[in-house]
Write a protein that binds this ligand. Sequence first.
Ligand code: NOJ
Length: 746
Amino acid sequence: MLSKFSLTALAVFSFCAHLHAQIKTKTSSAIDQKVDKLLSQMTLEEKIGQLNQYTSDRLSTGPLTPNSTKYQEIKDGKVGSMLNVRGAKETRTIQEMAMQSRLKIPLLFGLDVIHGYRVTFPIPLAEAASWDLNAIESSARVAATEAAASGIHWTFAPMVDIARDPRWGRVMEGAGEDPYLGSLIARARVQGFQGKGLGNLDAVMACAKHFAAYGAAIAGRDYNTVDMSDRQLWETYLPPFKAAVDAGAATFMNSFNELNGIPATGNAYLQRDILKGKWNYQGFVVSDWGSISEMVAHGFAKNNTDAARLAITAGSDMDMEGHAYLTGLPVLVKENKVDVALINDAVKRILRKKFELGLFDDPYRFSNESREKKVLNSAQNHQAALDVAEKSVVLLKNDNQLLPLSKSTKTIAVIGPLGKSSNDMKGFWSVEWENDHLVSPFEGLQNKLGKQTNLLYSQGCNINDTVRTGFADAVATARKADVIIMAVGEAFNMSGEAKSRANIHLPGVQEDLIKAIKATGKPVVVMIMAGRPLIFNWTADHADAILYTWWLGSEAGNAMANVLFGDYNPAGKLPMSFPRAEGQIPVFYSSKNTGRPSPNGQPALYRSSYLDIPNTPQYAFGYGLSYTNFSFADLKLNKSQITKNDDVTVSFTLKNTGKYAGEEVVQLYLQDVVASVTRPVKELKDFQKVYLKPGESKTISFAITREKLSFYDQKMNWTTEPGEFKLMIGNASDHILLQDKFELVD
Ligand code: NOJ
């Protein structure tokens, strides 16, 4: 089904109409006047130069096209932006080249500042597990402050792609499976990066990526085709992008994938109709690395010049390492295949940002070495990273309250390939630093524990080993200990871009190592470090306690130790469902009931189920334990019947019934029971993270607004329909503790 916004129906005349709509921007503002003035002085070649972005020689984050003339091209005014440049000194040197060009238009320096800059924060998926929007915003804030002090104007983050396929390596970079949680996190990250606004010396431009639907690559294979209904696009994949627009994201990045036969980079429906049209977006769109020229390989463009035509027409403003605009656009304008108004519009969008950043006042304002020294790697930034790292940990299992461990435990053995790994704690997409030191799990324990504890270590195996030669030593070490902490998972480069995996079980023989250690009869805590949900069924059934720590960044080991010994009570909740088997993927909580639902998701004849495993995931979205317990009681609704203009207020009592202070993430789900379009069995509509001391209770309330009852009807109108709504409150999507219903009447 096509939405009413579809370009397809409008194709013949839409091009000019859209162009006009977009060009008609706020011409009155002072910046726009400056932009117009500058534009009037620019040659076509200089305009096209502004749309051109190259990578620096320092780093390449994609397939490199050799280019020995790039620095000369900067001096010639043929480059608008450089990526993969960093450092006050280096950015100054390169900016000086741009200052040799005729119009002295400053360059924009962009970098993937994804989870921290100098101080590494937990990977974004881990941060999403905190369900703590302030913490997530503060992580982006610290990253922006450091990056901006290091000459960077622009981060290629946040990645707001919804991801429901853990085979896809880039799940580590997003906020998981849910559009509501994903939208709030998108907003928090944009606000964090852009701080009090562009122009401040601690703000960098955010870039909402990858527009759009990149996370839905078939079979979780990176860069693969995406084919999805318009309903799925609007309901699930677009909301976080819209949230980024609303939060003021300065830029967008399009994506490598095709969407329903049209590559996103050449997709006018996405970029012109939706983003710059319906959403009236005033920022600019950068292509992904080489994604303009890749439209040739897609079989969508005849050659690079044709690709340039398709991309600029569809609304891609800047060409990242595609080498298509610089050579293609002059030809296309000459042959009247591209209207120069299109180029003007793209240039204006880019220049506006350069003015907003204050670069025309001082092109070197972010390149100040003494500020850089002061701001980077401060104790305060490490403290912030530690705080977010603790909040990102998810307690999956804690039989017999094994955790928290006592600090007077005599002998503890750390076993597993990640036990002494510092480097893997950084996760994919961290920024490389010479002699960087991240705190390993073992070191974190050493920092925490006094001399009274004997800390042992045995590696047991390497991450991807197929041999068990180290098991004997690991078992002998375990036998000497009172409790064993296993440090297992993925190496930092096993999840990330181009890191799809068809087998997402705990790699190598690591689960066998856990079995061997468990056979000693000693209590076993398993800590799993990874960039994606992994499969570890045996461990789920047999380990005494499991902490999912993801990759926690600079302070990883210290955060782990704080959690293990109860100096921090874990409160993380999974932002993505964990499958039992690859064959279940995609498995996500907001599924449809089907006409033949299976009872409790169990295998059943002539029901929508599998013969061999339940439909339910190993661990559901929203799941995560605490060292304390919480009770949910006294659900009250202020109305059981409402009209379209009313809200329902829901309240209940949350009580900490255990012996530790802690936080619970209370989650509110709704189901529109009967509608003109079938609705998911539940959808997250609100949540709160609540801190309570032992014995303390609190009344929690939520307002259910009309917006929360709305959906896209058969004609793709955002609306509500009368009827019954089921309300569910719990501490995980599969652990509903209170429920009721109410009715919407005409
Ligand atoms: C390709 C990735 O898809 C994108 O997310 C990243 O920002 C660029 N490379 C630049 O490194």
